[in-house]
Design a protein around this ligand. Structure first.
Ligand code: NAD
Ligand code: UGA
Length: 426
């Protein structure tokens, strides 16, 4: 099939790569000319395990091209995926201007039938709005179908998640485009959930809200565990064995980050309020997340009250391991707080090198702790699990370690002389 993917970000590039790997001819377009120029040189501008390999293969086999000619490629392809960003605006509502600009481009270039598949996460009612926008722009209704096909991939495992999803959600206005979707996803084996356009949008928002709820729940439990001297990891284990609860997304830490949970919970709250519904649980989930860093910052300050002039090393800058994405990263928010207190920040991340004043980024994990008073683990990169703690202790000036993701064994670090602080962990 001939497909145009609009947007070459985390979702767009993964969609283009996976669909071309499945044997479709894919034109991936973006208005960011720098990004496209880099992609044309065979460089993948994001760090996503396994992505470069399939992009290289698809380019070589002539199944994948990159271009900035958005309108031209829309005109050439019958299937259009919209994967542009929907970041939060000041008031918490998602910025739909990128999606709307694509709709304008489609209206301007449509001469034959298009199946327009919206993968970007959008608030309930947006796909209906897109449909109406095209009609208002005098596009003949027989020339297009809108499909809401939200994406559930996670950064760090994007390729695998798209090839082996646990479901494919399809929102449609009439049955015909379902067959087109089944043809596109022929090689992807997963149950279909077919609903209305708005139903699909709600499934996406509700999924992210529920996952975020699990995280804030366990983070709140971690705070109570701290007060009662209980290990939250024991509680997660006990909770997770109940099949009604499940073991995933019960890892306590410094809170969730990334470009999606914070934005989508804000978006859902905004959508609810628009209809005079005050989402109390979802608001609390966000409050717990927003204050999680403060709670563990306070715990750190109980061990070292004056941070002014202290050297602090932060391990992990991305919002989660296996990605270079630092959008709404708990690590960056924590660093900003430490800088406000006058601390000198040294950082190490296996992939991210921050270009930020007052932060010294190292390319070696042991170098990064030299002379430091405090070490904070903010992101659970695999590398941090195999650390020689004796060596770290010898390099450091001080002996405080705050494990913001509960990945190290407290007994090991205590044994070599560290004062250990965890998140609901003794
Ligand atoms: P991103 O910021 O990485 O990429 C968006 C791309 O769209 C950018 O390269 C930008 O230049 C391009 N773009 C913007 N306007 C354009 C236009 N008019 N024409 C062509 N290109 C244009 O965003 P992302 O992280 O890939 O997220 C995209 C959408 O997918 C969002 O709605 C997000 O909520 C959703 N989503 C993201 C993830 C994820 O893990 N990142 C997972 C599921 C869903
Ligand atoms: C999340 C969802 O998991 C995806 O299904 C969804 O498609 C995506 O958002 C989206 O809509 O963009 P992602 O943000 O890439 O994916 O990463 P997650 O693995 O969900 O982690 C999000 C945040 O939660 C990270 O900061 C992570 O550290 C934190 N987290 C996760 C915890 O603190 N505890 C956990 O147990 C799990």
């Amino acid at each position: 099939m001939n497909i145009c993917v609009i947007g070459a970000g985390y979702v767009g590039l993964t969609t283009a790569a996976v669909l071309s790997d499945c044997g479709h001819y894919v034109d991936c377009v973006d208005i960011d000319s720098k990004r496209i120029a880099v992609l044309k040189k065979g460089i993948v501008p994001i760090f996503e395990p396994g992505l470069k390999e399939i992009i290289d293969k698809s380019i070589q086999n002539n199944f994948l091209t990159f271009s900035t000619k958005v309108k031209e490629k829309i005109a050439e392809n019958p299937i259009i995926f919209i994967t542009v960003g929907t970041p939060s605006l000041e008031d918490g509502s998602p910025n739909l201007s990128y999606v709307k600009s694509v709709v304008d481009d489609i209206a301007a270039s449509i001469t034959s039938h298009k199946t327009i598949i919206v993968k970007s996460t959008v608030p309930p009612g947006t796909n209906e709005e897109i449909h109406n926008m095209l009609l208002e722009k005098n596009v003949d209704p027989s020339l297009f179908d809108i499909v809401s096909n939200p994406e559930f991939l996670r950064e760090g495992t994007a390729v695998k998640d798209m090839l082996e999803p646990d479901k494919i959600v399809i929102g449609i206005k009439r049955p015909e485009p379902l067959q087109v979707m089944q043809k596109i996803y022929k090689q992807v084996h997963a149950p279909y959930i077919v609903t209305s356009l708005t139903g699909a949008e709600m499934i996406k928002y509700a999924s992210n809200a529920f996952l975020a709820t699990k995280i804030s729940f366990i983070n709140e439990i971690a705070r109570i565990c701290d007060a009662y001297g209980v290990n939250v990891s024991d509680v997660s284990l006990g909770l997770g064995t109940d099949p009604r609860i499940g073991p995933l997304f019960l890892r306590a830490g410094l809170g969730y980050g990334g470009s999606c949970f914070p934005k989508d919970l804000q978006g859902l709250t905004y959508s609810a309020k628009k209809k005079n519904i005050h989402p109390e649980l979802i608001t609390s989930v966000q409050n717990v997340n927003d204050t999680q860093i403060d709670v563990y910052f306070k715990k750190l300050k109980s061990a070292i009250p004056d941070l002014n002039g202290k050297q602090i090393t932060v391990w992990g800058l991305s919002f989660k391991p296996d990605t270079d994405d630092i959008r709404y990263s708990a690590s960056i928010r924590l660093i900003d707080k430490l800088l406000e207190e006058g601390a000198n920040i040294h950082a190490y991340d296996p992939i991210v090198k921050l270009d930020k004043p007052n932060i010294i980024c190292h390319s070696n994990v042991y170098e990064s702790v030299k002379q430091s008073d405090v070490l904070i683990i903010a992101t659970e990169w695999k590398e941090f699990k195999g650390i020689d703690w004796l060596k770290v202790k010898e390099e450091m000036n001080g002996n405080i370690v705050l494990d913001g993701r509960n990945i190290i064994d407290p007994r090991t670090v205590k044994y070599v002389g560290f004062h250990y602080l965890g998140v609901g962990q003794l």
